[in-house]
Design a binder for this molecule. Sequence first.
Ligand SMILES: [Zn+2]
Length: 231
Amino acid sequence: MPRIHREAHRTERIGWLRAAVLGANDGIVSTASLVVGVAAANAGRTEVLVAGVAGLVAGAMSMAAGEYVSVSSQADTEQADLTRERSELASMPESELNELTGIYVQRGLDPALARQVAEQLMAKDALTAHARDELGISEITTARPVQAALASAATFAVGAALPLLVVLLAPEAGLVYTVAITSLLFLALLGVLAARAGGAPLLKAALRVTFWGALAMGLTAAVGALFGTVV
Ligand SMILES: [Zn+2]
C-alpha cells in the first residue's frame, strides 16, 4: 500500500516512544526524589542505596500492574464493542449501512456520496469500516497487556538506575546535591531526546520535565531535612 506524505506521521511512533519516555521519566523522578529525601535526613550511603533499590522495585511493579490493568481493560472494552458490532452487522445490515452513511454525512459528504462510500467500504470489510469510523478503533489489534506491563517496568527500572548509579559512584559528601543535579540533567536530556524524536520544541520539553523533577526533589529534600533534624 503506498504511503503518502510520510513525514507528517510522527504521531505513529509517539505511542511506544511516549510510553518508554514516561516510564524512564517516572523512574528518574521518583527514585531521585526518594534518594534525595533519605540522604537529606543524614543517612549513609548504604541506607540511601537500600531505600533507592526498594523504590526501584516498588515503582517498577506498580508501573507494571497499572499498565497491565489499563491495557487489559481497554482491550476488553474494544473486544466487547467489536463483538456487539459484529452481531449488529449480521442481524441488521441495512440499518448499519444507514448508520455509517449518517456518519459520513456528518463529516461533510453529501448523502448520495456518503451512501456510496459506506456501501463500498462495507463491501470490502464492514467490521473494519464500522470499527474505525463508528467506534474510533483504528486498528483491530490484539492488545498485549503482559508486554506492555514488562515494557513499563523495564523503562522505569532503567530510569531509576541512573540516580542509583550516582549514589553508588559519587562521593558521600554532598550526595543530595550531586543526585539532584545529575538527575535534573538526565531528565532534561530525556526530554530533549523525546522532543527531537517527536518533532516538538526542545527547550520547552526540557524545561517541563526538569521543573517537575526539581519540584519533587525539593519537596522530598525538605521532608528529609525536617525528619533528619527532628527525629
Ligand atoms: Zn455500526
